[in-house]
Design a protein around this ligand. Sequence first.
Ligand code: SF4
Ligand code: SF4
Length: 176
Amino acid sequence: MSESSSVSQRKSRHIAVSCDAVSPVVGSEPFWKSKSLEEMTREEWESLCDGCGKCCLHKLQDEDDADGTPGAIHNTNVACHLLDPGSCRCSNYERRFDFVPDCVQLFPQFISRHTWLPRSCAYRLIHEGKDLSWWHPLVSGDPNSVHEAGVSVRGRVVSERRAGPLEHHIVDWPDL
Ligand code: SF4
Ligand code: SF4
């Protein structure tokens, strides 16, 4: 691996409403199949987050190549200090920018720019024209299914306040 910068990336999570708050079916198809990201209501957009917590992990990015090619991104198991490792949710979602100014907020029109989003991220899946997995709370009807399926960060992360150097925490999880 070439030298990594110390730049980390985070993004905001979008699970401020429970999946019970949104009727998943519009007409004959659920909204994530019948609407584009841009067409979703705020509640639908928020409910699309599966609550995995993977976007709240630090990432390291190699320096850009001489020809301007962006450096590779390396995932770590180091979590933002506001991430609750049990629920995998932000512990201060409404005021997160007061404490974590570099938390990145997602917008429908910019999803394609966020190549660091995990492969399992619902926003990325819908943007790529794919369907949600069985464990997504909107599909299963159970917010815990994302944890029971082993695709959330529950039980496998360390807080940035205790982790030490990020370079010691690079991981190669297949679901990142
Ligand atoms: S502040 Fe931290 S825990 Fe909260 S959404 Fe942003 S990256 Fe995730
Ligand atoms: S990676 Fe995507 S689905 Fe998972 S918590 Fe982040 S925004 Fe939500």
